[in-house]
Each structure stands twice: as C-alpha cells, then as structure tokens.
Design a protein around this ligand. Sequence first.
Ligand code: GLC
Ligand code: GLC
Length: 827
Amino acid sequence: MKFGYFDDPSREYVITQPDTPLPWINYLGSEAYFGLISNTAGGYSFYKDARLRRLTRYRYNNSPLDMGGRYLYLRDNNTGKYWSPTWMPTCVKLDEYECRHGQGYTVITSKLNGIKSSARYFVPLGESLEIWQMTLTNESASESDLSLFSAIEFCLWDANDDATNFQRNYSIGQVEVADDVIYHKTEYRERRDHFAYFACSEKLAGFDTMRETFQGAYHGWNEPCVVDSGKSGNSIANGWQPIGSHHVKVHLKAGEQKQVIFILGYQENPKEDKFDPPGSQIINKKRAKQALEKYLLPVNADKAFADLREYWTTLLGKMQVTTPDEHTNRMVNIWNAYQCMVTFNMSRSASYFESGIGRGMGFRDSNQDLLGFVHMIPGRARERILDIAATQLKDGGAFHQYQPLTKRGNNDVGSGFNDDPLWLVLGVAAYIKESGDWSILEEPVQYENEPGTESPLYEHLQRSIQYTLDRLGPNNLPLIGRADWNDCLNLNCFSDTPGQSFQTTTNKDGKVAESVFIAGLFVLACSEMKGLAEHYVERQKSNVGHLTFDVRPSTFYTNAAAGMEKTAWAAGWDGDWFRRAYDDFGHVLGSKENTEGRIFIEPQGICVMAGLGVENGNAVKALNSVAEHLATPHGIVLQQPAFSQYYLHLGEISSYPPGYKENAGIFCHTNPWIMIAEAVVGRGDKAFDYYKRINPSAREEISELHKCEPYVYAQMIAGRDAATHGEAKNSWLTGTAAWNYVAITQYILGICPSLDGLEINPVIPEKWDGFKATRKYRGVTYHITVTNPKHVCKGVEKVMVNGRQVEGSLICAEKGAGEVNVEVVMG
Ligand code: GLC
Ligand code: GLC
C-alpha cells in the first residue's frame, strides 16, 4: 500500500494522506539553521546543535505521535469551527490534503469547506531563520471571515536541560513583544547572546506567549482555548512555558487569495551590543529587524525559495543518470544524494529516531558519510576531514565521537574502537580522488585538539595504519578494542548490570579478542595508502620536503597488506566464508564451529571489497554463502543464526531480540558492501538485485509494512527472525545513505573517481541495454553513454572520448575541457 507518490520532475515526494504509518519527515536548512518537519508540520528547529541551541520543543516518543511543530489553525469566525490546515494537531478531516517534501523545503496544501491553504516551509540560504509562507484561497461561493493562528513552543535552548530541569526552568522563561514581533529571550539577561524571534507579515489581532493562556492548562494543541474562542489573550510569559502565537484576521471574498508570512529566526548579538538602549535589559533587535524587513515581503521570500531550488539543482547536477530502472534514477538523481547531504549536516544527531541530545559526530560515521557527499561539496568535505582528524589521538587512535559545536572529542565515550582510525584513510582518499587536491595532505592538524601537536594530515594517516599494526592479537589479527564497525560486538566488556554502557564499561584487558573485519578494512586502507604514497611521496617528493616524520614508501603498505592477507587466510577463513572475530577466550565467532552467529555479513563485504579471494575464487564462495545464509527478500541480514539469548562475552549484539538491529536485523549499512563485493567479482545481476531489495523507492508499494519514508534509506529493516520482518526503523541518519550511493554510482554504474581521473567500469544487470550519465568531475562535465550490445554484466570493450578511441577505461580530461562526451561499449 502506498501513501503517496514520487513526482520526479519536481524532485518531490507527494504524500496524499496525513496519517502515514510514522511521521514522514524532511529537513529544512543546509548550513547553520536547521529543522525537522513532518508531513503534518511536526518537528522542531535548532541552530547548529540540536541539543545545545534548540529553538522549539518537540516531544519524542509521544502519544499521539509527532507532538510539537510549526502549527497553524484556521477558524471560521461565522461558525466557530476550526481546523489545522496541516492536519495535525487538530486532526479534523480535510476535504483535500497533500504534502510535498522537496530538498530543504516542505509544502503542505489542504482544503476544507472551500478554504484552500498552502503552507510552504523553508530556510533561505545563508540565513538563520525559517519562512512559513501561507497562502489562503477562498474557493467557496461566499465571503469568509477567518482567523489564522500560529503556534510554536519555545525550547529553553539546551534540549536536555529543557526536558529535565524543571525546578529551574519554570522560573526562567522570558519574552518580549514589540511591534507585533514575539522575542524569546530566556537566559539572554545573563550569559547568552542569542535570542529567537517569531514574526508575521500582517497586523495582529492578538498574540500569546504563555502556553497556559493559549491552550488552557488541561487542553492539548488539538483544542487550544484561544483558537476555540477566537480571541487571543495577549499573554506575556513569565517563567513556565513560553510559546509564540499570532492571531491574524483574514477576510476573503469568494475567489480571493491572500498570503501571510511567518518567520521564526535565531539571532546572535555581539556581547557589548546585547541591549538597546545600552544598560537596559531590552534586547537589541536591530539585526533581527533587518532580516524581517526583507523576508516578510512575499517577493523576497519567493526569490529566496527560487535560490534554494537552484542551489539543489546545482548540487544534484553533479551526477545525473538515466538507467532502465526508475527506482535507480530517482534515488541517484534526487533522494539518495539528498539523504547524503542530510547525513553530512546531521550526522546521527536529530531525526525521528535520534533525539538530538544523544550523540555527537562519530569518527567512523562522519568519514563514511563523506563518501556520499564529497562530490557535491568538496570544500566542505575538506573542512570536515580536518575537523575529524584533529580529534585523532597521538597513538593513532581516535575519539569515537566529537561535538559539532565545540569540535572537541567527547570524553564520555573516549576511544578504543579499533576500526575508527582506518576510516580516516578512506575518507581522505575519497576526497583526493574527487578533488585532486593533494594539498590537504600537508595541512597541519592537531592531535586531540591540542595546540602545538600539529603535524601534516598525511602523518595522521600513517599513524592510523600504525595503530592497527601496534595492536595485533594472538592470531596476528587486529585487536577489536571496544568494538569495530559493529558497535554491538563488545568482546571486552562483560556487562551484567542493567544500564551499563556496553561499549564503555570495558573490563577485559583487550589483548585477546580480534576482528577479521578490521583485518579486511586494514587491507583496504593499505591499498589506499599505497596509492597516496606512490603519488604523493614518490612522485611529488619536492612537496614534502618539510615533513619531519618518517615517510613510508608505498612498499611498506603493500607489505603490510600482504602480511594481513596472509593472516586473514590463516585465521580468518572458514572454508566457505570469512570468520568474524575471536572472543576474549580465543574462541572463534562467525564460523561453522558456532551454533549461533555462524556467519556474519561484515567480513564478507569488507574482505572482498579489499580484494581478498578475488583471484583464488574464495570471494565468490563467500558471496555465495551470503546468498545462501543471509539474503532475504527484504535485504541481507547481519548474521545467522540470530543469538537466542544474552551472552555476557558478546555484549550488546545479543541484547537485541532476534531479528532486530545488530542481532540479525537487516542492518542496511552493510548491504551495499555486498553489492560492491558482487560488482568486484563481476556479478552485475546479483549486485543490482541486492540494490533493489533495500532501495526505499522500490519498497514504496509495501509502505504499510516498511513504515518508514519511501524516499530515504533506514538504518534497519527487521530481519527474518523478527515478528515484523520487513519493517524499517531509524530512517534518514545512517551510513546506508553514503554506501548505497557509492555502490550504485561507483561500482554498479561504475563511474568511479580515482587518483588519476574518472574510471569507468560498469557492472550492471545483463538485460540492460546500457545507460546514460552526466558527471561533473574536477571542473569538467562528462556526458557518458554506456551501451551493452552483447548483454554482458561486466567488461569494457571500447571507450571513445569526444569521438576518439582511448586505451583502457580511465578518463582524465584537461582542466578547462568544459564538456566531454564519453562513449563506453561493454562487451
Ligand atoms: C550505528 C553507528 C555506527 C555503527 C553501526 C553498527 O549506525 O552509528 O557507527 O557502525 O551502528 O553498529
Ligand atoms: C547502539 C545501536 C547501534 C549504534 C550504537 C551507537 O549500540 O544498536 O546501532 O551504533 O548504539 O552508540
């Protein structure tokens, strides 16, 4: 069953009924000011950090779902009847309803009793404010006398404190109302230099800033007293719960239309210029007023919206494809790329499932996210890499997480996730392959954010590799530490106390438990380092004259990788698949010797991606085992058989009921590794089949089962051991976005940036006649046409660049070449 449809030419998903299985959300903002918005206008806004600078309240895990939002109410003053034009919170049945989610904006249109309304929500580029453009049309035959109310509830900035510290919070709320603008200034009187403002383009009939007055103490957002009576209280909040509500009277003749604009904004003032007049306690509103003057005018709001559309046309225009599969086209061209940008902005902080108060930016997560957005915003990817690298520890390890506002490593979680540093190598390599910007390797970067510890980024990468080499276990495999990619495989933390953190209550010395996954990742990272060393150290030696550290030759990495491969075959190969790990007792995991957890997906993906077994046939064997033991119609589960009970020596993985999350759920992040691995062994049909199984657009028809948004990937789909097999959770903020983007664009369609240029090597379904792609790369636009006359999965017979045949499949046009036509004939 579907709850909407894709409107591809508009790049929108159109939701046609408001009661979707879960709130289907979207994001507003792309730089500093952000918001979540659901298909019924639920959600909240924040500035930079969803925990520390939250503007409005939202109630997670509430019943009914999705409480708190950007609410509007319409009241027919003749009958006293009122409704929500975005359906929530009144849930009055509408005659028409439609929500269009686009890139950075959402438009909710509805109609009741002849009154049509359309609310467009977005954040203008470069601004710290959001615009709600509400257009009302009287499509009835008679004149209407309406009241339009807005309503938001302010958050007292620190969302965690806001939800817990009531003994203080009930006394600190403060607002000002001046010239019909509502200002929220809690704590501005003391250390804060920022406030929020909420304004309306029309003259007000009234306003409210006290929730109790607006709603009534025992009423909900669905039946606020003020809307019910049609009369605002003009209340001024002193403590308790400050809100913002405007009341506008709208008279519309039959056929008449009117636009009302609301603006919610965030403003900082220089500390010495906080008050006006100086010495008073009154907010200096000068800066906020400038923004209001501009954006309360429809013409400027429209222009800002057009600019936002254009911005996304440019970003998405970096890669556009036309393949025989519509699900592929819309995910690659629109939604998957968009989701990658959202993971860049949000990391794992704020979604319907991530509360915005928990996690900072993950070291491994952010490096992987980068793989999916680096081609759209290489400049910001560079910045992100340098921020992440500065949280690396001197021994090559890494803070597992850092806070986006402070950019400092998070001490509560600390380090010791032994895969972390290797992802930095992959992230940096991806950046250079995309941009050709070798200078990043020479950027001085601190360790542990400690001034005076700067060394070139390249040295950080060397230490990342060394970190693994310094931590090998009894089988010479890498020690796992607190966890590797699988946060829940906690082999050094025997936790028997409820509430303890599975990852950080480490109580084993960590000298025994090893990870085959890290071994594979290490080989992959070494092959990237080999490439960098060959190019950077050996070819461009002149540039590295000032390096003070010992620069290793590329052979160092070839040898290190060869050594690890040998170990992997000796201790990590089980006969039909790669093993997963060795526990603290030295017992194997992910082997035929096990009764539960006999085969895991991660090492099959990463080892084959690293090239292991591609020549000796073991890669195909491992992938066949995946197909046999792990693949389901809804995607590939993480391991089998699921753990049927909690195992002290395995940790969180066995804490989940079978079929969910890391305990044999379809942990979607890992599926593209198998797609890539299948592409590496040349099996285009299989790679694409796996791609289709978790492609959210391809799952749209089963939305009642899938439940999450059909336009973005979710972290997890319940596995076959679960009662709800096929049901997705944790949509939006997942490494699944970046990896699927990489799998489809670089491995299946095979348009892959390399250190020397664009490598074109498709591995597609046999039945495809070919496909077309436009790829902007290092300043050149490549128009690529791939034909598949012999209907093969793999193999490039001929490549023509601007009509001339070239050797091999590496394309590297001169800078300034403008537009280049590439024809690829498979065979
Ligand atoms: C979550 C984490 C990620 C981890 C994965 C598997 O997505 O953010 O870091 O790799 O779970 O446990
Ligand atoms: C839990 C989740 C896992 C996530 C981790 C992040 O362990 O199961 O997916 O990576 O939390 O801290």
